[in-house]
Design a protein around this ligand. Structure first.
Ligand code: SF4
Length: 348
């Protein structure tokens, strides 16, 4: 940041002695929208956009897929999940492979669909794969509350929910500024991002339209010139300072923080959510006494580096050759929010 002090917009647009501004799209949807809208093509070379860890499927570790396969194949559970997770490779197989071996894997569009399925099929044990950030965690909590209210004893969730504050700490120094994920801040509010700016980490909350994204980038570049850490909410039509108190209250009632493994980032202290003891009956790990599993990613896959902005998808040797959306080697090529799939789809 110090190198940027006093630069005029013209100097920034031209670049500064080879120094590029590195702006991290924390959210996978930002990565895809920026590509789709053609924004990368109109940015000067001196601005480098790097992808971050904000795709929930991408950061879910290999061991989680292994756990889901055990539940499906050895515990005879029906696995209900959002579609993207089905093709993510585990250590030995994906859920799609498990389906080929006879496992029941059902795509759902909401955790409540899984609760309804459990209600309609009382003789089947149903497990919902709960992944995602503060944006999706409330809906998993609603599902657990509903299952409890309806007295279901055949529904549980496999928790891999994550929270952003400590991930930002782990990402410190990886970019000059963050484009904070608008949908996460809509739930959490802005306190974490403001605190980060006090610690020297700059960023803006961005929305998802062309106008919102260009505004967020323009504000970021302009403020970086001043050399002072900053935080600006560039998505005020959706993000309020206090976030959503109702969603925060629900999450705090049903879940509690825990250490959590992130693909590529390892275990980050208190960066995950698990069900509270009062809801243990709905915790698939406890219900089925799952052993602790350490998954092994494919050694050729650089998803971990991609998720930390250490390399671009096209720097991975198997990108677009062995690894394609049809035959993904890593999670970042599977998910609709994954950086590798965005680079592949938009021809970078
Ligand atoms: S191109 Fe494929 S193998 Fe390489 S980092 Fe991306 S997902 Fe992993």
């Amino acid at each position: 940041m110090d190198n940027l002090n006093g630069l005029s917009p013209k100097e920034i647009l031209k670049g500064y002695n080879g120094r590029k501004l590195r702006i991290m799209e924390v959210c996978g949807t930002h990565t895809h929208e920026i590509f789709r809208l053609g924004i990368r093509k109109i940015l000067p070379e001196s601005i480098e956009l790097i992808s971050g860890p904000g795709c929930p499927v991408c950061v879910t570790p290999v061991g989680y897929i292994d756990e889901a396969c055990i539940l499906a194949l050895e515990k005879n559970c029906v696995i209900c999940t959002f579609g993207d997770l089905i093709r993510v490779p585990g250590t030995e197989m994906s859920l799609a492979d498990a389906r080929g071996k006879g496992a029941q894997i059902k795509t759902v569009y909401s955790p409540l669909d899984a609760v309804d399925f459990a209600k309609e099929n009382p003789h089947k044990q149903v497990v919902f794969l709960a992944v995602g950030f503060e944006t999706t965690t409330p809906s998993a909590c609603i599902a657990v509350e509903k299952a409890r209210k309806d007295g279901l004893d055949n529904f549980s969730i496999l928790c891999a929910n994550k929270t952003m504050p400590n991930a930002y700490q782990a990402l410190k120094g990886s970019a000059d500024a963050f484009l904070f994920p608008g949908h996460v801040n809509a739930i959490t509010g802005n306190a974490t991002c403001k605190a980060l700016s006090e610690q020297g980490v700059s960023g803006v909350v961005a929305g998802f339209t062309a106008k919102e994204l260009l505004t967020a980038l323009a504000v970021t570049v302009t403020l970086l010139q001043k050399g002072e850490p900053f935080f600006v909410n560039c998505y005020p039509r959706v993000v309020k300072d206090e976030g959503s108190p109702a969603a925060q209250k629900l999450m705090a009632k049903v879940m509690e923080p825990c250490d959590s493994e992130w693909r590529g980032l390892g275990v980050i202290k208190m960066s995950g959510m698990k069900l509270r003891e009062e809801y243990a009956d709905f915790d698939a790990r406890k219900k089925y006494s799952l052993p602790e599993i350490k998954g092994k990613p494919n050694p050729a896959c650089r998803c971990g580096d991609v998720l930390q902005g250490k390399c671009k998808p096209c720097d991975c040797k198997v990108f677009g050759k062995v690894c394609t959306p049809q035959h993904p080697v890593g999670a970042c090529m599977v998910s609709g929010e994954g950086a590798c799939s965005a680079y592949y789809q938009y021809g970078m």
